[in-house]
Write a protein that binds this ligand. Structure first.
Ligand code: 4AD
Ligand code: MG
Length: 434
C-alpha cells in the first residue's frame, strides 16, 4: 500500500493508502471513533467503524491516547468539510508506541502557562500554532536565500568563533579556547563579509549570531539567526534599496505560500498585503522630533528604546527607514556623513504594528586613517583588527550592507506577541533549556 503525506491526501481520493503519524485528537462513541492523525504535513480525520474492523484493533484505536504513534491504513474519501478535503475510512492500523494513561502527554487543549509550555518546548512544537510558525519561518529563510541568490549575491559564511567584537564589547559571550586563548561567539558576520565582498563583489552570510543582551524584552534573544548581505562599491542608498526590495519579496512569498499557516495564526493578512515599496523614510533628527511630539523622553543623541520604535511605527502601514544616527552610540565601523560629521551613514528598518527594528545596516568606513582613529576611540585592540585594517590598504572602496534578524521578521509575519515562539529552541536571558 502506498504511503502518502497528508498534505498530498486530496490527490489520492478513492485510493487505499497508508499514513504514518501521531494521534492528535480523538472523538468517539460506542460503535465508531474518529482519530485525528497528524503526520507533520497536515492533519487528517479518520473514521473507524466497529462493525467493519477487527475487534481488538477497534478497541485499541478507540482507547488510543494523545500523541501515540501509529501507522494507519484505509480508503480516502473526498469530504469538503474535513481538514485537507479528505477523510480516511480505516481498514487497518499498527500502533508503534502507545502513550500510557499513567503518564499522559502533558500538553492538552486546556490553557497552559507560558513557563510550562517553554519547559515543554520539545513537545509544544507539535501544537498547531507552533507548527504553523515554524513553517512561516522556513518560508522566510527560503525567500531570503532565493532573493539573494537570484540577485547576484554569493553565499559565503563567516566564523562563529571570533577574536574581536563587531557590535560593541558589552554583549560578547566569551569562550575558553585552547591554551588560555579567549575567543568570542560572533555577534555578526559583517567584518568577515567585508573581506569576502572584496573577493566576490556581492556576498551574504547567513547563520546564528550571539548577543549577551541582558535585556528581557519581547524582541531579544541571546542566540538568533541573521542574514547579512554586503556590497562593494555601494553606499547607504544602495542598502536602503536592497533592504526594501528584500522585505517586499519575502512578504510576498509568505503571502503566496503560507496562507494556511497565517489562517491558523489568525494573522490579519491585510496588514501584510499593504507592505509595498516605497517605505517611509526619515532621518534620525526627524524621528526624534516626532517622538518628542508624541511624549517620548528621548533627547537628540540617545538611542531608541523599544517603546520609541513602537511609537514610530504604530500608525504606519509600511516599514519606516530611519537613517543618519549620531555617531556616539553606533558601532566603530560606520562611515560618517560627509555633510555632517556628528551623524553616520547607518539605517534601521522598523516594521509596522509596533514590531520595531528588523534591519540594521549602513555604509562602512573605507578610509584607513579614519578607521584606525575609530578603533582607538572605541578602545578596541588594533592587533585583533589587523586583517580588517588590511582591507583599507589593498584596494579599499566604499561598501555597505545590512543585517536582518530572522526571528524578528518571522514574529512580525506571524503577528506574535513575543520573539521566543519564532525559533524552535529559544535562548534568552533566563532560558537555555530544553
Ligand atoms: O542592528 P544590528 O546589531 O546590526 C549588525 O549586527 C550589523 N553588523 C549588521 C550588518 O550590517 N551586517 O543587528 C541586525 C539585526 C537587527 O535589526 C535585528 O533584526 C537582529 O539583527 N537582532 C536581534 N534579533 C533578536 N535578538 C537580538 N538580541 C537581536 N539583536 C539584533
Ligand atoms: Mg541595530
Amino acid at each position: 500500500m502506498q504511503r502518502i503525506r497528508i498534505s498530498d491526501a486530496r490527490h489520492h481520493a478513492g485510493e487505499s493508502v497508508e499514513v504514518a503519524g501521531w494521534l492528535y485528537n480523538l472523538r468517539r462513541s460506542g460503535k465508531i471513533c474518529f482519530p485525528l492523525v497528524r503526520d507533520g504535513s497536515g492533519i487528517m480525520q479518520c473514521v473507524a467503524v466497529k462493525a467493519s474492523l477487527d475487534e481488538t484493533l477497534f478497541e485499541s484505536l478507540r482507547s488510543l491516547t494523545q500523541e501515540s504513534s501509529l501507522v494507519i491504513r484505509g480508503k480516502l474519501r473526498a469530504e469538503e468539510r474535513a481538514p485537507g478535503g479528505v477523510e480516511m475510512d480505516v481498514e487497518s492500523a499498527e500502533i508503534l508506541q502507545r502513550v500510557p494513561e499513567t503518564d499522559p502527554y502533558p500538553i492538552t487543549p486546556k490553557d497552559h502557562g507560558i513557563d510550562f509550555l517553554m519547559d515543554h518546548r520539545h513537545l509544544w512544537l507539535r501544537s498547531k500554532r507552533q507548527h504553523a510558525i515554524l513553517r512561516v519561518r522556513h518560508e522566510v529563510i527560503k525567500a531570503i536565500r532565493d532573493f539573494f541568490d537570484s540577485n547576484g549575491f554569493l553565499n559565503v559564511d563567516t566564523p562563529i568563533f571570533t577574536p574581536a567584537a563587531c557590535e560593541g564589547t558589552t554583549t560578547l559571550f566569551e569562550v575558553d579556547y585552547f591554551e588560555d586563548e579567549k575567543v568570542y561567539l560572533t555577534q555578526s558576520g559583517q567584518l568577515y563579509n567585508e573581506a569576502n565582498v572584496m573577493a566576490h563583489g556581492k556576498v551574504y552570510c547567513f547563520g546564528p549570531t550571539f548577543r549577551a543582551e541582558k535585556s528581557k524584552t519581547r524582541r531579544h534573544l541571546t542566540e538568533f539567526w541573521m542574514v547579512e548581505p554586503e556590497m562593494a562599491y555601494a553606499t547607504l542608498e544602495d542598502v536602503k534599496q536592497v533592504a526594501e526590495q528584500m522585505v517586499v519579496f519575502i512578504v510576498g512569498r509568505v503571502l503566496e505560500n503560507r496562507r494556511e499557516e497565517l489562517k491558523v495564526l489568525e494573522r490579519d493578512v491585510s496588514k501584510l498585503e499593504s507592505i509595498r515599496a516605497p517605505f517611509h523614510r526619515m532621518s534620525y533628527d526627524d524621528a526624534v522630533k516626532i517622538l518628542q511630539s508624541r511624549g517620548s523622553e528621548i533627547q537628540w543623541g540617545g538611542d531608541f528604546g523599544g517603546t520609541d520604535e513602537t511609537i514610530l511605527t504604530q500608525e504606519m502601514d509600511r516599514p519606516v527607514m530611519v537613517d543618519r544616527f549620531p555617531a556616539t552610540f553606533k558601532a566603530f565601523y560606520f562611515q560618517p556623513d560627509e555633510a555632517r560629521h556628528d551623524v553616520v551613514l547607518g539605517v534601521d528598518v522598523l516594521a509596522p504594528e509596533g514590531y520595531g527594528e528588523i534591519i540594521g545596516g549602513g555604509q562602512r568606513i573605507h578610509d584607513l586613517d579614519l578607521l584606525l582613529r575609530r578603533i582607538d576611540e572605541h578602545h578596541l585592540p588594533r592587533e585583533a583588527f589587523n586583517w580588517y585594517i588590511d582591507l583599507r590598504k589593498f584596494g579599499s572602496v566604499p561598501h555597505a550592507g545590512f543585517g536582518m534578524g530572522v526571528e524578528r521578521f518571522t514574529a512580525w509575519m506571524c503577528g506574535l506577541e513575543h520573539i521566543r515562539e519564532a525559533i524552535a529552541f529559544p535562548r534568552m536571558l533566563y532560558r537555555t533549556r530544553p
